[in-house]
Design a protein around this ligand. Sequence first.
Ligand SMILES: CC(C)(COP(=O)(O)OP(=O)(O)OC[C@H]1O[C@@H](n2cnc3c(N)ncnc32)[C@H](O)[C@@H]1OP(=O)(O)O)[C@@H](O)C(=O)NCCC(=O)NCCS
Length: 200
Amino acid sequence: MAASYDVLAAGPDVPLSPAEQDRAAALTREADRADFVAARLLARVLVARHVGTDPAQVRFAQTCAQCGGPHGRPQVVGHDVHVGWAHSAGVVAATVDDVRCAVDVQSVAALRGGELPLGVLTTAERTWLDGQPDRPRSFAGLWIRKELLVKLGDLTLDGVSRVDVTPSLVGAPVLGRTLVAVDTGGLDAVAALASERPGD
Ligand SMILES: CC(C)(COP(=O)(O)OP(=O)(O)OC[C@H]1O[C@@H](n2cnc3c(N)ncnc32)[C@H](O)[C@@H]1OP(=O)(O)O)[C@@H](O)C(=O)NCCC(=O)NCCS
C-alpha cells in the first residue's frame, strides 16, 4: 500500500484500456482520477512481478456480475492469477495471488472530523469501538474488514451490519477467512487483505 502520488511518481507510464480511460474520465475530481490510475498501476507492477512480465503487458478486465458494466471484481487477462486493488482519498493498495484475493484500504484522515456511519456496525463492534482511543482509525479497521468479505464474495453490502469482524482483530477467522492487517507505513490510513486459500 502507498500514497497515490508516490505510486504515480515512481511507476512506469502504462496506458489504461479504453474502458478504464472512460471510467477515469467520468471522475470529476482530479484526486479521484489519480487514485484510480495509481491503484491500477500498483496492481500492474505486482502482477507483472508475479507472472514475470513487463507491467505494460498486463491487462485487466472488469465485468460487473450485476449489471455487466466495466466495473466490479478485476481479472487479469491471459494469466491464471488473481488481483485486487483499492483506493481511498490519496492512498492505494493492491494484491496478487494464485487464488481469489482482495485488499481494502481506507484513509483515516478522510474520516476525521466527520460523523462515523455507525449503522454498518454490529452491537459487539460498537461496544468494542467505544473502548478505543482513536475512533476513526478503529472504525476504519472494522470497515475495511467488512469490505474484504464483500470483495471475496462472502457478504453483500446489505449484510455488513450483521457480521462481527472484531474476532479478526486478534487473528481469528471471520466467515472462514483470515483478514490480515497491512502495514501502512506511517500513513493515516488502514489496510487489510485476504484470500480464499484454504487455511488462510
Ligand atoms: C466492492 C466494493 C465494496 C468496493 O468499495 P469501494 O470502497 O467503493 O472501493 P475500493 O477502493 O475499496 O475498491 C474498489 C475496487 O474493488 C474492486 N471491486 C469492485 N467491485 C468488486 C466486487 N464486487 N468484488 C470484488 N472486487 C470488486 C475493483 O477493483 C474496484 O476498483 P475500481 O473501482 O477502480 O474499478 C463496492 O464496490 C461494492 O459494494 N460492490 C458491490 C455492489 C455492486 O456490485 N454494485 C454495482 C452494481 S451495478
